[in-house]
Ligand binder design. Sequence first.
Ligand code: AMP
Ligand code: MG
Length: 388
Amino acid sequence: MITEENARAKVLESVRALPKRNVDLEAALDCFAAEEVHARLPLPLFDNSAMDGYAVIAGEKRYRVIGEQPAGKDRQLHVKGGEAVRIFTGAPIPSGANAVVMQEDVTRDGESITINGKIDIGEFIRRRGCDLSEGQKILSKGDRITATKLALLASQGIVDLAIGGEVTAAVISTGDELVRGNAALQPGQIYDSNSTLLAALVRNVNAQVAFAEQCRDDLETLTHAIEHGARQQVLLISGGVSVGEHDLVRRALEELGAKIDIWRVAIKPGKPFLFARLTDCVVFGLPGNPVSVFVTFLRFVRPTIWKLMGATDLAPSTFAAELDVDLANDDPKRPHYVRGKFGNGKFSPIGRQESHALFGLSQANALGRIEAGGKLRRGDKIDIEICG
Ligand code: AMP
Ligand code: MG
């Protein structure tokens, strides 16, 4: 049985970033930059006022107001000693001025103002380029495009961007017991929740589900569905990857000539995990239990989709939290991802910790990792990842 880390490395090694494309800025949110971008313009673009007030040469007590400079049009004003220009936030600083005094700190009397306090040189002037220099790198290849990065690009007058390729996925859920939607349940049947979970997880990483099918545990139907699903870049199959007579995913893949790279990983929950390649498609066989689907998606599928999309930082974003209870993992071989709640710096498990326990999973906002055979005490640090 391969370790979780080796399995992830093996999966990631087997995929390459898809070809880049150019999109309008708005369409780039949560995608990954395919090229470096450098500032065309400095920020701020010109010396401007940080306040509504008066632009002056610091040092006097009284000034004569000689004009007004609103934001939006540079009136090319000039101040000399003892002169002030009424100025507004974002307006260009008149030449000669070396400070802005805020209006709350002056008393105005007709065309003159008296300063109530002391003015420092440079006060309330936002200097050209103090935030960002022209030519400075603003995006690295592989960076995730967040709302704030989009805003920075917009500040440069950039309207389109090269990003990584679009990932389309297929989702197949397997099992004779599965019923779709709200159709009447016969004894022994359950509603299919994995299809919904996987579709939502795929959407969460900004990829698209282009094909979804529910399959009975029947080799022919399954083989047919896999053939179809493998036309997408990623195929996610839930259920049927274990060792029972009704677990047919591996056989179906082999009959189609797939190359099975991984089968069974040392991770709890999620051991019966399969990774294969079928033509150009990467295929994940995820265990049917919902918690296993969730954990294996986060640990293996998500970084793969991100890599296809052109991301470069694929490491899980974990941090240390304080454990609020004693916690042990009695499995000697597999790290356990415990579902829990994180708040005020502390993590505590929530709900039942078996792999079928969907309610507990739905209440969790974090996964805590406890090493194989690990024993942690209340107050110890535990590595967690926010997941809800
Ligand atoms: P399997 O991996 O096929 O042996 O399934 C393991 C467990 O997960 C069984 O209890 C299944 O009923 C359950 N299961 C499998 N597929 C789904 C699904 N799509 N939705 C909800 N539960 C499922
Ligand atoms: Mg099954």
